[in-house]
Ligand binder design. Structure first.
Ligand code: AMP
Ligand code: MG
Length: 407
């Protein structure tokens, strides 16, 4: 059976970015930029004053106090025509361009004004000048392709007057549930029927991964109904189904995908939960047949679908953050399978500690709801002992965020 790492390699090798669109920067926060942005200009464009005070020639201040003639007043946003001569000062505001001839700004608090003259009482080491291009130099690459645009990036783009950027298109993910036992959320759940909860968890996971979910409902366990639903799913960039991939009498997902011309690359991975996994491509479209059990579907999604979506989104970082934690208690795992154990990680006395969130059956969704992480126990490990250091994959984007302020 194929291991988790090998399965990931197979899947990621068959996935590429979903395409590009152009957006205004006011609409671009959180999007993944699809171009390297190089500045054509210097920011700031000119040497300018970092203080409210007086622009002077530093060489004329050998002996202090010094009395200089004030030749004018320069607010921010205007430029001084002419140069500063010896014995002269120009009143200058923060951000105003430094006049020719000046090399130093003396801050106002170190001066005394006397009509058309100013007395420089003290001078500091710093020149208090912001140099042209000290923030961004013309020719600098300011943002690399594959970066998620954050507020500071938008400020940088605005500064260099780049109003429209290329970003990766957000892939659309078709989600369909399979099973004769399933009913919609508003349906009658008597007589052994089960509410289709996977569509809701999977749609939310898709959204959290940065793609757009399209819920295609429930397909029954017949080749015809599955085929009809999968045909519909071809409008999307990625297809994710749950259920019907085991070896049961009604598990037709793989056959249907193959009939549709999918090139199947996987159908079982050495992991728990989530061993059954069908993966193939229809044209350039990845199709994932996840197992039906709610936790298995989620764990498989986390390990395989999420990195694939992030790669299709154009991101360079594909994986959840993994930390090392100390296990609170022993955990039995299955040798030969990579085990993902639902747990809660907390910080305590300078280290992360992990506590299992309860029964690990693949239908026990509550232990997933209470978990903020998955403990990853390698296939060759003989379980976990209390006190062992274990890898934990953090699922909660708000992990470690504290209500206490840090000061
Ligand atoms: P399967 O992989 O199709 O054999 O499904 C395994 C089990 O997962 C089923 O017996 C159901 O209890 C459960 N299941 C399958 N699909 C869903 C779903 N969409 N929502 C909730 N539970 C499901
Ligand atoms: Mg089924």
């Amino acid at each position: 059976m194929i291991g988790v790492a090998e399965a990931l390699d197979i899947i990621l090798a068959r996935v590429s970015a979903a395409g590009i669109e152009r957006v205004m920067i006011s609409q671009a926060c959180g999007r993944i930029i699809a171009e390297d942005v190089v500045s054509g200009v210097n920011i700031p464009p000119l040497d300018n004053s970092a203080m409210d005070g007086y622009a002077v020639r530093g060489a004329g201040l050998a002996a202090l106090p010094a009395r200089l003639k004030v030749i004018g007043d320069l607010p921010a946003g205007s430029r001084w025509n002419g140069a500063l001569g010896p014995g002269e000062a120009l009143r200058i505001m923060t951000g105003a361009p430094l006049p020719d001839g000046a090399d130093t700004v003396i801050k106002q608090e170190l001066t005394r004004r006397d009509g058309h003259y100013v007395e420089i009482l003290e001078r500091e080491g710093a020149a208090h000048i912001r140099r042209a291009g000290e923030d961004i130099a013309a020719g600098d690459r300011v943002i690399a392709s594959g970066t998620r645009l954050r507020p500071a990036h938008l400020g940088v783009l605005a500064s260099i007057k780049k109003t429209i950027v290329s970003v990766y298109r957000q892939p659309q993910v078709a989600i369909l549930s399979t099973g004769d036992e399933l009913v919609d959320i508003d349906g009658d759940a008597g007589d052994g029927r089960i509410v289709n909860s996977n569509s809701y968890t999977l749609a939310a996971l898709v959204q959290e991964a940065g793609a757009t979910p399209r819920m295609l409902g429930i397909a029954r366990d017949s080749a015809d109904d599955l085929r009809a639903h999968f045909d519909h799913a071809l409008h999307a960039d990625i297809i994710v189904s749950s259920g019907g991939v085991s070896v049961g009498d009604y598990d037709f997902v793989k056959d249907v995908l193959r009939d549709m011309g999918a090139e199947m690359s996987l159908w079982k991975v050495a992991m728990r939960p989530g061993r059954p996994l069908a993966f193939g491509t229809i044209g350039s479209r990845p199709a994932f047949g996840l197992p039906g059990n709610p936790v298995s579907a989620m764990v498989s999604f986390e390990q395989f679908v999420r990195p694939a979506i992030r790669k299709m989104c154009g991101l360079r970082s594909l994986f959840r953050c993994t930390l090392t934690a100390v296990a609170d208690e022993p955990v039995d795992t299955a040798q030969g399978l990579t085990c993902f154990v639902r747990c809660r990680v907390r910080r305590e006395a300078g280290q992360y500690r992990a506590r299992v969130t309860g029964a690990q059956g693949s239908g026990i969704l509550m232990s997933m709801a209470e978990a903020n992480a998955l403990m990853i126990v390698p296939a060759d490990a003989a379980g976990v002992r209390a006190g062992d250091r274990v890898a934990v994959q953090i699922l909660d984007p708000e992990f470690d965020m504290s209500a206490d302020h840090p000061f």
